[in-house]
Design a protein around this ligand. Structure first.
Ligand SMILES: Cc1cc2nc3c(=O)[nH]c(=O)nc-3n(C[C@H](O)[C@H](O)[C@H](O)COP(=O)(O)O)c2cc1C
Length: 386
């Protein structure tokens, strides 16, 4: 097994180079060359975001969550393309499934494999009220027997060569009973042949409040050293990703909110992991080129009337890298059409100049995170998601 050199990537260019050797991240047969992957993000990690992430150095990506019955009922050509699109450059890619009834998972999992997805990920983490009310997502953390039945059914439904993975939170709440159930599900997952588990180190009850408990991830790593465990929670920058790996020893991390409007995070992690300082922030022309590509990908799979709103959502986050962030954001907020978008691009991105690292994580997350994140979960493509 290869080793990855890990350094303590702090912010800015002053990253120190304290190298630590870690096993490379593997998910079933896939040996990934970077232990930082694109997280599942409802309302964001659609094909355009994932395709771009792969082109920008992500070794592996996970789709927005999809409901089991949504997957099995997908017929319409344009929508099938939008939700199940994969190109040769996108592999390995995971599709994430969510549902209530264990019996509904196998057909959906097989459909996703037939569509070309390399890994099936099961969602036991979503904390949105409506999702919990329908006994989906994080609800399963409170019922280990059902969770285990889902894992077994999915594992049995897809070919042995297709890894099955699980996304969890650290429990329903902080009670001892919840911890006991979490442990039972984790142990059951590994017994069932689940290839990797991603743990968001907050409880379902916490949603996005407070800090993710990285110490919890370290304990998991110490208790299950032979299994692939990915960490999630509060990874706002490349430095955070590297710090989580170093502090907790997890096999890898999933870049979530920190990857929105920031496909550069993978290159930045690569630099830090190789003991180099953070690269300079992308110049305005580099930003422009990535944004144009992102919009072109969006236009390939979304109808025109949805495409502009989708790109605006990302553009507000891309603007964080622009030296005139405030004015650029203001202009993007007013965008209503593709022409408007191109006009803003011409105004702010035609002249090249050095970019800037977003100064505070809070600044980057003013637009997507807790409430906005859940809003995305609740409303975006409501038919596909929770
Ligand atoms: C807008 C938004 C959508 C999300 N959608 C999903 C999802 O579809 N599936 C999933 O497993 N986790 C989802 N998550 C959780 C993230 O993958 C991640 O675990 C969480 O945001 C914590 O990481 P962070 O603090 O680094 O953002 C979502 C989070 C946000 C903010």
């Amino acid at each position: 097994m290869g080793v990855t050199s890990v350094t303590d990537g702090t912010t800015g260019s002053q990253a120190s180079a304290t190298a630590v050797s870690l096993p490379a991240l593997t998910i079933g047969p896939y040996a990934l060359d970077l232990p930082v992957v694109q997280a599942a993000l409802s309302g964001y990690s659609d094909w355009p975001m994932r395709h771009l992430a792969r082109r920008m150095g992500a070794p592996y990506t996970i789709c927005e969550v999809m409901l089991d019955h949504f997957v099995t009922s997908l017929r319409d050509r344009a929508r099938t393309r939008r939700f199940l699109m994969l190109t040769d450059d996108d592999h390995p890619a995971a599709a994430q499934l969510m549902g209530a009834d264990p019996a509904a998972f196998p057909a959906a999992a097989r459909r996703l494999v037939d569509a070309g997805f390399d890994v099936i990920d099961i969602n036991f983490g979503c904390p949105v009220k409506k999702v919990l009310g329908r006994c989906r997502g994080g609800y399963h953390l409170g019922q280990p027997d059902v969770a285990m039945e889902i894992m077994h059914r999915v594992r049995d439904a897809v070919p042995p060569s297709v890894p099955v993975t699980v996304k969890m939170r650290r429990g329903i709440d902080l009670s001892a009973e919840s911890r006991d159930r979490f442990d039972r599900i984790l142990e059951g997952a590994f017994d069932a042949g689940i290839d990797a588990v991603t743990v968001h180190a907050r409880t379902v009850q916490q949603r996005y409040a407070g800090r993710a408990d990285w110490e919890f991830l370290k304990q998991l790593r110490d208790n299950w050293p032979q299994h692939t465990i990915l960490g999630s929670g509060d990874l706002h920058t490349a430095g955070d990703c590297v710090r989580m790996i170093r502090q907790t020893g997890v096999s890898g991390v999933t870049a979530a909110r920190g990857s929105i409007g920031n496909p550069w995070i993978y290159q930045q992690c690569r630099a830090l992991l190789a003991g180099r300082p953070l690269p300079p922030p992308p110049s305005v022309h580099e930003q422009r080129d990535v944004m144009r590509l992102h919009f072109a990908c969006i236009l390939q799979v979304y109808p025109q009337k949805l495409a502009c709103g989708r790109m605006r959502r990302f553009s507000l986050r891309y603007a964080d890298w622009h030296p005139q962030r405030e004015q650029v954001r203001k202009d993007f907020i007013a965008v209503r059409s593709q022409d408007d978008w191109m006009h803003v691009m011409k105004r702010w991105y035609d002249t090249d100049q050095p970019g800037r690292y977003p100064s505070e994580p809070a600044e980057r997350h003013s637009g997507a995170g807790t409430d906005a994140g859940e809003q995305a979960c609740r409303s975006s493509d409501a038919d596909s998601g929770p």
